[in-house]
Each structure stands twice: as C-alpha cells, then as structure tokens.
Design a protein around this ligand. Structure first.
Ligand code: ITT
Length: 211
C-alpha cells in the first residue's frame, strides 16, 4: 500500500519512508507529483499549515494525503522562527543559511547580555538557548472531507557549533540533553524514538490503521 505525504522536504521524506516501511507501506511525496503547484502555507499555526498542505494535495489527487508542518521554537527568540522555520533566513533559504542566522542572532543577544548563561558542553561549544521542535501531522481524506491530526514535540538546547551530520534542517544545532548527544548524531531509528515527528506518528498511525 502507498501513502502520499504532501512534502517536498527530502529529510522529511526519508523519515516517513523509514517509519512507514515498518508498517509495510511505501511513501510517495510531492517529488512523485510534479504537477502539483506550490502550496501557499499561510496558516498561523503548524496544525493549520499541515491541514492546508494535506487538503490541497488530497483534493487534487483524490486520495488520502498526509502532511507535516514542523519547525523550531527558540525560547530566547520568544518562539521564533516557529511556522517561519523554513524561511528564517529568507524565502529560498537553505538549511545552512537558516542555521547560520540562528547562531548569529543568538550570539548577538548573548553579547548584549540579554540572555541567561546556559554554560557549555564538554567539547567547549556554548549552549545558546533552550528550544523545542514541533511537528503537526494532518491526514486528509477527500472522500469524507475529514482530518485526523496529531502533534509531537521534543525539547533541546541550541549550540553554537554543529554536532553530527545526520538528520536535516536544524538538527546539527539541536542538542538533546536527555541523551547527551546532538540530534544529527542519532541514527534514523534513534531520532524517530525521541523526535517531534516520531511522537506525532505514534499518535497518528494507529488511527491511520483504523481509517
Ligand atoms: P514541506 O512544506 O514541503 O513539507 P518544508 O521544509 O517547507 O517542506 P515546513 O514548512 O514544515 O517544511 O518547515 C519545516 C522547517 O523546520 C524546515 O526549516 C526544517 O528544516 C525544520 N525542521 C522540521 N523538522 C525538523 C527536524 O526533524 N529536524 C531539523 N529541522 C527540522
């Protein structure tokens, strides 16, 4: 059985493929449907954006569609970049651009003395701010017009130096104190066990089985 995930993000596709393959399902993404035009994500919340992506794609294809809207909430930035995480450093920013901007902004606030000192790791890298990854999932069925939704979060700390080369997006800067490792140092399986996306999937997938 195939599941369409309404994403163009290759990192997300890898994680969904890994999780869904364990249930005997094959993952398709927007890379498999180049005819679908760019979707305007203008919701105020992760959940609203996930619904927009799932509904637009589901109504176009006429099959149930899963969508993921996710991002990073940084405490020292009052929750930014939040729903703007993909566009933090500009409309077509790369992950590298976004990570550079995040470090730059947090270092600037530290230099101004406006943030609490969180200390450093054994390797000397500085802890810049507490943060949280959020993932909202929406599964939309065009036959019924109904959504199944789930959300997951994971807490961490932003560091001034990257750790690891796995994962994607902000993972290299996201330190997981509970594991004493960086998110990008985890295997796909380890990341799934603790991540925002893994948690949201564990809530959503049993409902998908029943649907
Ligand atoms: P789609 O809308 O096509 O799914 P996108 O990358 O634009 O792809 P979002 O709008 O949901 O997706 O933006 C998510 C942002 O949050 C993006 O900058 C990611 O790099 C980041 N992000 C989300 N989940 C992440 C994770 O597990 N690890 C690191 N960064 C993550």
């Amino acid at each position: 059985e195939k599941i369409v995930v309404a994403t163009k993000n290759a990192g997300k596709v890898r994680e969904f493929a890994h999780a869904l393959q364990k249930l005997g399902k094959e993952t398709l993404s927007l890379h498999d449907y180049p005819q679908i035009p760019d979707i305007v994500e203008d919701g105020d919340t992760f959940a609203a954006n996930a619904r927009i992506k799932a509904k637009t794609t589901g109504d176009t294809l006429g099959v149930p569609v899963l969508a993921d809207d996710s991002g990073l909430r940084v405490t020292a930035l009052n929750g930014a970049p939040g729903v703007y995480s993909a566009r933090f450093a500009g409309e077509h920013a790369s992950d590298g651009d976004n990570n550079e901007k995040l470090i730059r902004e947090l270092k600037r606030l530290h230099e101004q003395g406006s943030l609490p000192e969180l200390g450093s790791l054994d390797d000397g890298s500085q802890l810049l701010s507490e943060a949280q990854f959020v993932c909202a999932l929406a599964l939309y069925d065009p036959a019924t017009g109904l959504f199944i939704e789930a959300e997951g979060t994971v807490d961490g700390v932003i560091t001034d130096k990257p750790h690891g080369d796995g994962g994607f997006g902000y993972d290299p800067l996201f330190w997981v104190p509970r594991l004493n490792r960086g998110m990008a140092e985890l295997t796909k399986e380890e990341k799934q066990q603790i991540s925002h996306r893994g948690e949201a999937l564990r809530v959503l997938l049993p409902q998908l089985e029943q649907a």
